[in-house]
Write a protein that binds this ligand. Sequence first.
Ligand code: APR
Ligand code: PHB
Length: 382
Amino acid sequence: MGIIGGGPAGLLLARLLHRSGIDSVVLERRDRAYVERRQRAGVLEQGTADTLRDCGAGERLDRQGLVHHGIRLHYGRRSHRLDLRALTGGRSVVVYAQTELVKDLIALQLADGGPLVFGARALAVTGADTARPVVHYAHGGREHTLTCDYVVGCDGFHGITRDAVPAGTRRTYERGYPYSWLGILAGVPPSCDELVYAHSERGFALFSMRSPTVSRLYLQVPNGTDPADWPDERIWDELDARAATWQPARGPVTAKSVLPMRSVVTEPMRYGRVLLAGDAAHLVPPTGAKGLNLAVADVTELARAFARLKDSGSAELLDGWSDTCLRRVWRAEHFSYSMTTMLHTAPGQSAFDTRLQLSQLDRVTSSPHAAAELAENYTGLP
Ligand code: APR
Ligand code: PHB
């Protein structure tokens, strides 16, 4: 198995295949330090956490991960708690940084997995519609080829594997948003023990965390914002203006970046013996914390399909894999879109649209049925 990309999707797929006795090679273009420090998501659905524990990657997660049984929706200067556990019959989420998850999976792969080649940039995949697809990649100043039974593109949205699917076969569905997120890490204790999603007419704010002493905070900003235009004091002032209730103590900002947001789905997620998993196949706006969890779900299903093929010769799961994933992907796309448009104030938004948002927020925080729908999607549908 050739796996392109050593992010969460590629690393977890390699781990799951290894546990089924299936060999793979992971080709990662960046070096280990780069991949391990890349700030990304931080909320694991219960199913994601269970998958990591089942494959031996749960030790630090259980020691350092923060189990959260609820979230807060803040609007109109008031906060409302959604009791995720009560609303879903017992499901919660775990706050555990993607950087930590990637470190855990890299350590496992290097300890007892197959080859994980850093600095290996895949250039192209040929022979997708043959029995022996080939990955062409550059490493150590030379070009190489890797002939595989299957190639799985886990190379993210900016990867190259999607190009192996002929343009006439590939359908891309996408939606942009008129805003981005400015994300910071700050060495200050979170001001709330659960995540706070704040709607305000100045724009959205999210109060998240990485540990009891490190806050992860986000502000809606215009597309094209330069992080340099947001000195620390301006960030603290704006968080205060949007949700004074949850303003953490001011302290050192240790990371600052702007994240654009897009909804994108590529169909199908398979062409011949080349498959696309995770961000290589789909993107969601980060509001619903679905990106990492979708990547985990894609590769969990795929590993199960390959294990079935190896053990019984049946390709049934593999042949149905793309459709199975896309049903879950579109559900997550809709949930992420709904959370994003409910909570963000678009530039030039009409007063009518703001009233619609407030009506939706009132409904979600007063109706157990509406709250349960959000909670079930947030914690991950079975
Ligand atoms: N050759 C080899 N590796 C590549 C190439 C290439 N041509 N192009 C990209 N990569 C690597 C990137 O360096 C990255 O490490 O593929 C990996 C893709 O990882 P992610 O982008 O993290 O995607 P994925 O593993 O699907 O995880 C999805 O990551 O982007 C976040 O929000 C997203 O949390 C979600 C998660
Ligand atoms: C994060 O902590 O990075 C985070 C949490 C919840 C989200 C998005 C990002 O919805």
